[in-house]
Design a protein around this ligand. Structure first.
Ligand SMILES: Cc1ncc(COP(=O)(O)O)c(C=O)c1O
Length: 375
């Protein structure tokens, strides 16, 4: 079945007999037992709730996994993921990551005894692996520099070394990229972004192929308690119904905006993986079926960046991405403010870098807005 059909119809779980087309919101924290030692399959919503279960089955089907676990935010999913590791364990992570992920690793996980090395290339990943390494963590494309990593090539390394490969698939979503089919073990999402798609709900997802790993994550979720609520599960299910068509349209507009920005005199560089000159274009074309709706660009002068942020009208100056409203972000002051300055600048996240999440407005209106903001 095509992924767009799975998006619309969700999973094949049915919880009511009325024929309701939309999954019901089961606003119940607890469930009555039919007898002693008997369960309807639902006991207490921290463990599982039917609306959340429906969402999890849907996302597992989209990613080609066997199970998914839904959390109250992407960071809650990451926090639960880190509970798989113990003091002394080591993780190799790609060196361009969402700033909040870096903050979790360096301020929370490290305090709990897990150590990290950061790698910028395939050779670096191989070199940083030690006997204590348990996992490799990548984002592809990365936030905000849009760097691309060859998932299948990293999977070959992690398989040989018996390590977990974790891929943050927030930017491309299963509509364009399915890391589990390329050898990843765990896929992570900030469902706040494209899955929800309307800038109105936080959520996070972990998706796996291996049932034993899924059970560990479920145990962590019910024990630490950051599962997604039934209301928010419903909103993410509803968002997913239009995911495929949104991704297609957002990608078209992102390409148009990237091409237009490329020709402007105040712009130094445009980072969009759908431009053939992007260094990750070839790998992206091979491992994904689309390039997505995210781009970043570097202007020649800091003042230009500030005036764009202050002058955009249709596009909103705000954090987050992936929703129907276009958002422009200043990574230096927002998403990546917690990165040490020298590392931030070495990665290109400086006062001249802006990140643009293209929404569903007409492409001409987005370009006209950028044009008037740049003048
Ligand atoms: C790539 C990526 N991963 C994870 C997260 C964290 O997700 P959330 O904001 O839903 O906690 C974000 C948030 O911006 C992100 O961009």
């Amino acid at each position: 079945m095509d992924i767009s059909t799975i998006c619309v119809h969700g999973c094949d779980k049915h919880y009511d007999t009325t024929g309701a087309i939309a999954v019901p919101i089961f606003a119940s924290s607890t469930f009555a037992h039919p007898g002693v030692g008997k369960s309807t399959g639902f006991d207490y919503s921290r463990s599982q709730n039917p609306t959340k279960e429906y969402l999890e089955h849907t996302v597992a089907a989209l990613e080609g996994g066997t199970q998914a676990v839904a959390f109250s935010s992407g960071m809650a999913a990451l926090g639960a993921l880190m509970e798989l590791f113990s003091p002394g364990d080591h993780i190799v992570a790609i060196d361009d990551l969402y700033g909040g992920t870096y903050r979790l690793f360096s301020h929370i996980s490290q305090k709990n005894g897990v150590t990290f090395s950061y790698a910028g290339s395939m050779e670096d990943i191989n070199r940083e692996i030690t006997p204590a390494t348990k996992a490799v963590f990548i984002e592809t494309p990365t936030n905000p520099m849009m760097r691309v990593t060859d998932i299948a090539a990293v999977a070959q390394i992690t398989r040989q070394r018996n390590l977990l490969l974790i891929v943050d698939n927030t930017f491309l979503t299963p509509v364009f990229q399915r890391p589990l089919s390329l050898g990843a073990d765990i896929v992570l999402h900030s469902g706040t972004k494209y899955l929800g798609g309307h800038n109105d709900t936080l959520s996070g997802m972990l998706v796996v192929k291996d049932n034993a790993l899924a059970e560990k994550l479920r145990f962590i979720s019910k024990t630490t308690g950051a599962g997604l609520s039934p209301f928010d599960s419903f909103l993410i299910v509803r968002g997913i119904k239009t995911l495929a068509i949104r991704m297609e349209r957002q990608q078209e507009t992102a390409l148009a905006a990237a091409k237009w920005l490329t020709g402007q005199s105040k712009i130094k560089a445009v980072h969009y993986i759908g431009l053939p000159e992007h260094p990750g274009y070839e790998i992206s074309s091979r491992q994904a079926s689309g390039f997505g709706g995210m781009l970043s660009f570097t202007v020649k002068e800091e003042q230009t960046a500030v005036s764009i942020l202050e002058r955009v009208k249709v596009i909103k100056y705000a954090e987050s991405l992936g929703g129907v409203e276009s958002l422009i972000t200043y990574p230096m002051l927002q998403t990546h403010a917690d990165l040490p300055e020298s590392e931030r600048i070495a990665r290109g996240i400086d006062a001249c870098l802006l990140r643009l999440s293209v929404g569903l407005e007409a492409p001409d209106d987005i370009i006209a807005d950028l044009k008037q903001a740049l003048e």
